[in-house]
Design a protein around this ligand. Structure first.
Ligand SMILES: [Zn+2]
Length: 57
């Protein structure tokens, strides 16, 4: 996966923002606490230790 942009996502648990790399500018980010079987995604751990997945749409 080529990384071309930096964005912020909000933790679904505590709304703490984390900076992540995304594959392209303008992509829509969908944070999720459960793992789905499809789509480009990345795993994020927020500053408070919550792990979640972010899907690129
Ligand atoms: Zn959190």
């Amino acid at each position: 996966m080529q990384v071309t942009a930096i964005r912020e996502v909000e933790c679904p648990e505590c709304t703490k923002r984390t900076t992540i790399s995304v594959p392209r500018d303008g992509v829509e980010l969908k944070p999720s606490r459960s793992r789905k079987a499809f789509g480009d995604h990345t795993k994020v751990t927020c500053a408070n230790g919550h792990s979640y997945w972010v899907y690129f749409c």
